[in-house]
Ligand binder design. Structure first.
Ligand SMILES: CC[C@@H](C(=O)O)C(=O)SCCNC(=O)CCNC(=O)[C@H](O)C(C)(C)COP(=O)(O)OP(=O)(O)OC[C@H]1O[C@@H](n2cnc3c(N)ncnc32)[C@H](O)[C@@H]1OP(=O)(O)O
Length: 340
């Protein structure tokens, strides 16, 4: 691997509790309190079940409560491509955005399928990690512009936006350590998708670009809010207002990317395999271990990221209770480990 591990710029990180200067902290606003309860409930229910599952959980983890069925039906009218999920024995799944004839743009049915695949991952008891990638050597070019044109009325646009926000929020909240593997281009909604993963890896020559300004838009799938958390508000503002083409070098510099992989070995005719293997090796350092422990790690970090300190500490205690005295803990104690 040419480079790996975070190469942060050392700039100030945003506050982890979603309360920014000038805005009321979520905990003090009624809507905010509801969201916090939902996040905490999600963490606790999933801890008790040992899986991130259940209809209650799925409902409570939504950011927007609206009739999803209606937009789901409309989206079904725009077919093409697929979202493929491969759950591997290693506990690391591969989610592929698959619509290469349109540079992996999201058709309506792909948006619906993504939500279905996230539901499946929420109830994957043995899961530890997730690699999100695009088919055919490129990541994703955002929404399918044909579908966007057809549903460009404000009402449907808002519903599609809320649908995708809900799905991508649930993707980020999976109890799996997730990484977006960026080959080729991640444009518009594709760039937003990369921010719904815990980490991003880039291949030399690849580009992440929030092209929304050029489309007369701003991100609507939650990508702006998440980008601010990842790179801080000055860099986020530059990337969005400048629709900057972010290559691996700049991406590492600003902390958008966590590693740069080696270029695919084209002469061996196995580009996808090579890059995917590298991503698998990269993530394995974080997913090695018992699934309940890896899931617990993600949950405590997630609560630290999304909840105010008091709530996060309570959640951490509860998640701690699910692993204390558990099989992995007892096995480790019996082996008298020395952490040299
Ligand atoms: C809500 C909107 C916002 C969001 O979701 O937040 C968005 O995502 S809007 C979409 C933003 N994306 C774009 O605007 C991408 C526009 N396309 C391009 O810039 C280029 O196609 C490319 C992605 C840079 C690739 O260029 P190139 O390598 O030269 O290939 P082609 O241009 O020939 O593309 C091949 C083929 O793919 C079709 N394509 C690509 N992207 C989309 C898309 N987003 N929706 C629909 N179709 C797309 C492209 O039209 C070509 O098809 P044919 O013309 O039939 O050959």
């Amino acid at each position: 691997m040419a480079a790996s591990g975070p190469a942060r710029s050392g700039q100030a990180r945003p506050s982890p509790c979603w309360s920014y200067r000038g805005l009321p902290p979520l905990a003090t606003a009624p809507v905010g309190r509801m969201v916090l309860c939902a996040v905490r409930k999600q963490l606790l229910v999933s801890s008790r079940c040992g899986a991130w599952a259940g209809p209650l959980l799925r409902k409570s983890s939504r950011i927007h409560d609206f009739n999803q069925e209606e937009i789901r039906e409309k989206l079904q009218a725009f077919p093409g491509g697929s979202i493929d999920l491969l759950k591997q024995e290693s506990g690391v799944a591969v989610l592929t955005v698959n619509n290469p004839s349109r540079m992996n743009a999201f058709s309506g049915t792909m948006m619906v399928e993504l939500e279905e695949k996230v539901s499946q991952l929420e109830s994957w008891t043995g899961g530890k990690g997730l690699i999100v990638r695009g088919a055919g050597g490129t990541f994703c070019s955002g929404s399918d512009l044909n579908a966007v044109r057809a549903i460009s009325n404000p009402q449907d646009g808002m519903k599609m936006c809320m649908f995708m926000q809900n799905t991508l929020t649930r993707l980020l909240r999976l109890p799996l350590i997730s990484v977006a593997l960026v080959e080729g281009r991640a444009l518009g909604g594709g760039a937003e998708l990369t921010t719904a993963c815990d980490f991003r890896l880039m291949v030399p020559g690849s580009i992440i670009q929030f092209v929304h300004k050029h489309m007369g838009l701003v991100p609507g799938w939650g990508g702006a809010a998440r980008l601010v958390h990842i790179v801080g508000s000055p860099s986020a503002l530059k990337l969005l207002a400048g629709a900057v083409k972010v290559g691996p070098e700049l991406s590492l510099q600003i902390g958008l990317t966590d590693g740069v992989l080696e270029a695919p070995q084209q002469h061996k005719g196995d580009d996808t395999g090579t890059v995917l293997r590298q991503a698998g090796d990269w993530i394995s350092r974080y997913t090695t271990g018992a699934a309940p422990v890896i899931q617990a790690v993600k949950k405590v970090v997630l609560s630290g990221r999304e909840l105010p300190l008091y709530e996060a500490l309570r959640t951490e205690k509860d998640v701690f209770g699910t692993v204390w005295g558990g099989p992995a803990n007892l096995q480790a104690l019996a082996s008298k480990p020395k952490h040299k």
